[in-house]
Write a new protein. Structure first.
Length: 124
């Protein structure tokens, strides 16, 4: 079911400063949207590099890793597999800002994980 790490979402203190930092060490900007207020996806050079999704801390969010997203061929198929397990998860959710469908779940220690379609659609 899992094809690899799709992205790692980081909550940061200063959005623009963090973007500038990643770009200065060689990450390239893939997208910048209004998802979660403001969001950016950056990726290091090379094949199959995970994407870092960056958001600025707002409200009660804590700076650090928000979640790790794993790429699956099809979220709807992954949903059918999860229904046969004791894992608690949320139903598939289409995110217009990113053009992707996700399933959120927690690991046994409470860390947030996400399954996401491998195919990236153009954001709405």
């Amino acid at each position: 079911m899992i094809r690899g790490i799709d992205h790692i979402e980081l909550i940061v203190r200063d959005f623009d400063e963090y973007i500038e930092f990643l770009q200065s060490i060689g990450f390239k900007m893939l997208t910048r949207t209004s998802h979660h207020g403001e969001s950016a996806e950056l990726q290091a050079e090379g094949e199959n590099q995970p994407i870092f999704e960056i958001h600025e801390a707002t409200g009660e969010e804590v700076i650090g890793v928000n979640h790790i997203a794993f790429r699956v061929d099809n979220v709807k198929d992954a949903h059918e597999v999860l229904k046969k397990t004791p894992i608690k998860f949320r139903k598939p959710n289409y995110v217009e800002a990113t053009g992707r469908t996700t399933i959120n779940l927690r690991d046994p220690d409470g860390w947030r994980m996400q399954l996401v379609d491998a195919k990236r659609e153009k954001p709405a």
